[in-house]
Design a protein. Structure first.
Length: 334
């Protein structure tokens, strides 16, 4: 499918309940055609503590992951804070007994340090790579400030500063990332909380990482990110970038308040009137088969009424469209 054709279809369907399946392409040279299909579940931006029903939302995903018998699951950041208030939520996540992987999100350091978040999740490293059934996975950490010529870890809400100074990947990690891409001969998927392509909310020094991937584009299946709470695909110079929507809601700010929950519930969640929740939890399941096809099966929902558009919020341009869904995709090996 040509890029222009994809954009036309995405723009046409942005306000609809379903988006069409979209054929994309990757060209890994060393795909092992003898291995079995790899299946994994993906969830992003659950935001435990921001919305009342995150435990029931996560439970739906975990029940689906168990019933589908997927090989592994991954959460892509803005998951939960470290501490006793998150214990029951994290226990739901741990009901899945297979391999579980974490990506750090900026809000995971709202109330604690990066090290405390990692320890709470039993996450050994902030950025890392692993091989799973013939696929190479890379997880990045873009939770750094860059001030005074120094990279500073996010910790205890220190990232609430001028946006020019936040969302960076440090030099040491970039050097490591370059080495990982060169070292592995396997088809590769890259995960990051913040986008490696988005012009507004993405990683500030993303162009450096894009160029590194473009030099190894024959290996790259795609890049997954969360953070933006949108459902979108972007293709650039042989690399496909897929935004995985939030499990829970879209932030709509202060101009479109609405009371969607009983007062006795809302009193414990101070931001509820500034977010637009989805009626159902959003998540995705991905499969990579031995023939070289990646499929992504997303959940489609509706806005918990009133929708932000019912409240007068203007329609966003392509690349920022708010919608209560995660699209289905098919990426085929050339």
């Amino acid at each position: 499918m040509k890029r222009r054709q994809f954009l036309h279809q995405a723009g046409f369907a942005a306000g609809a309940l379903f988006l069409p399946n979209t054929e994309l392409f990757f060209t890994p040279e060393n795909l092992d055609l003898t291995r079995k299909e790899l299946n994994f579940g993906i969830v992003a931006d659950v935001h435990h503590g921001m919305i009342p029903d995150t435990e029931s939302r996560l439970s739906v995903f975990i029940e689906q992951a168990i019933s589908r018998n997927v090989d592994c699951i991954i959460q892509m950041g803005d998951f939960c804070h470290a501490g006793e208030k998150s214990n029951s939520f994290l226990n739901i996540w741990n009901q899945f007994k297979g391999p579980k992987y974490h990506v750090l999100g900026n809000h995971d350091m709202d109330l604690n340090s990066k090290e405390e978040a990692m320890a709470y999740w039993e996450m050994p490293k902030a950025y890392y790579a692993f091989d799973f059934q013939g696929i190479h996975f890379i997880v990045l950490d873009a939770n750094f400030l860059y001030q005074g010529g120094k990279y500073i870890d996010y910790t205890n809400s220190n990232f609430y500063v001028d946006s020019r100074y936040r969302t960076f990947i440090n030099d040491e990690q970039i050097e490591w990332f370059d080495g990982e891409l060169k070292r592995s001969k396997l088809p590769t998927i890259v995960f990051s909380h913040q986008s490696l392509w988005h012009y507004q909310h993405g990683v500030k020094n993303r162009l450096v990482l894009q160029k590194l991937m473009e030099r190894q584009s024959e290996k790259i299946i795609c890049c997954f990110n969360g953070h933006n709470h949108i459902d979108f695909h972007h293709h650039q110079k042989g690399i496909d970038y897929l935004d995985i929507n939030s499990m829970s809601y879209q932030w709509i700010g202060y101009g479109y308040p609405a009371d969607r929950y009983p007062a006795e519930v809302a009193k414990d969640y101070k931001w509820l009137s500034h977010i637009a929740p989805y009626q159902d939890p959003l998540y995705a399941f991905a499969s990579i088969n031995p023939k070289g096809t990646l499929t992504v099966e997303g959940v489609k929902s509706k806005w918990m009424p009133p929708s932000p558009y019912d409240l007068g919020m203007p329609r966003e341009p392509i690349g920022n469209v708010s919608s209560p869904q995660i699209s289905d995709y098919t990426l085929k090996k050339k």
